[in-house]
Design a protein around this ligand. Structure first.
Ligand code: HBI
Ligand code: FE
Length: 324
């Protein structure tokens, strides 16, 4: 097939996409990738019509939400709550020894209990009080550009459905256990929230190639980041904090093989991400969040468009206004 005019542009000459000015410029419904409600054959819920119906119902709720309005509650069933309880109990045994200090500090703000799945609205309210972040419901895996752009407006797009009950310790995609236990407590920490915000602002209006690099930076920090503490390596990435198996793998390895820990260099070419084939083989190890923030800031400075820099300054000024 003949290339269209647009396709003939090289990466260098392709026009950059428009810069979103507010969260309202970012759609939470147009760009759902991955499973959505149409589960693939290898998804644990593939053959379960009832589960699929439930998924579409929750997806429709998310699509109907308007930013600024309360997030609709989901009435979770006893079976769904049981899955949550199972995951919470297993993970909370590991947190004291495997999770970073910042996570352990924020965790009590949320009063998680095994007998009730928290509602996104109440979690969003806690974040608003602690770091000024908000949660926005989304139907599934959001396009990386929209997802990263959301972080620039201190908004975390969160799924609201739960994994299939046949295998409570496994999910091939983000679900409410991953979002609530992995991401939300970290976003209540100021320095971590800054780290996510920096990746977000760096993503505004940049090329596809840059989005891909930022996706990897996000993956190796927000999803699978580790940090050195006095008594060992601790997890801060949500992919770790929401996976019983992977948390143990990070600390003690699997079948006698320890994962590798590497220093984060945002300017370097980053290793390929592995989604499906088991645990990560390499983790990035940060000296501290402050150090990771400084590194990401240096990188972001190099790629920020001048219009975005102006936008950030403006946002800082209006925030300062609010605090004074
Ligand atoms: N969408 N709903 C949702 N949740 C995520 O955690 C998520 C996403 N889209 C992309 C994404 N994460 C990352 O893998 C990066 O592409 C930013
Ligand atoms: Fe995630």
């Amino acid at each position: 097939p003949r290339a269209t005019m647009a396709e003939q542009h090289t990466e260098a000459t392709a026009p950059l996409p428009p810069i979103p000015r507010s969260i309202h410029d970012i759609s939470n419904g147009d760009h759902i990738l991955g499973f959505g409600a149409n589960l693939a054959e290898d998804h644990p819920g593939y053959k379960d019509t009832e589960y699929k119906r439930r998924r579409s119902h929750i997806a429709d709720l998310a699509k109907s939400h308007t930013m600024g309005e309360p997030i609709p509650n989901v009435e979770y069933s006893a079976e769904e709550t049981q899955v949550w309880g199972h995951v919470l109990k297993a993970l909370s045994d590991l947190y004291p020894t495997h999770a970073c200090k910042e996570y352990l500090n924020s965790y009590p703000h949320f009063n998680f209990t095994p007998d009730r799945i928290p509602q996104l609205q109440e979690l969003s309210e806690v974040l608003q009080r602690t770091t000024g972040w908000s949660v926005r419901p989304v139907a599934g895996l959001l396009h990386p550009r929209s997802f990263l752009n959301g972080l620039a407006f201190r908004t975390f797009h969160s799924t609201q459905y739960i994994r299939h009950g046949s295998n409570p310790m496994y999910t091939p995609e983000p679900d409410i256990c991953h979002e609530i236990l992995g991401h939300i407590p970290m976003l209540a920490d100021r320095t971590f929230a800054d780290l996510a915000y920096i990746i977000g602002t760096a993503s505004l209006g940049v090329s596809e190639k840059e989005i891909w690099h930022l996706t990897k930076l996000y993956w190796y920090t927000v999803e699978f980041g580790t940090v050195q503490e006095e008594d060992g390596v601790k997890a801060f990435g949500a992919g770790l904090l929401s996976s019983f198996g992977e948390l143990k793998h990070m600390k003690t390895g699997t079948d006698g093989i320890m994962p590798e820990f590497m220093e984060l260099d945002p300017f370097a070419k980053l290793p390929k991400m592995s989604y499906k084939d088991g645990f990560q083989k390499k983790y990035f190890l940060c000296e501290s969040f402050q150090d990771a923030v400084a590194k990401l800031q240096a990188y972001s400075k190099q790629i920020l468009r001048p219009e975005v820099e102006a936008l950030i300054l403006e946002a800082k000024r209006s925030q300062l206004g609010k605090m004074l």
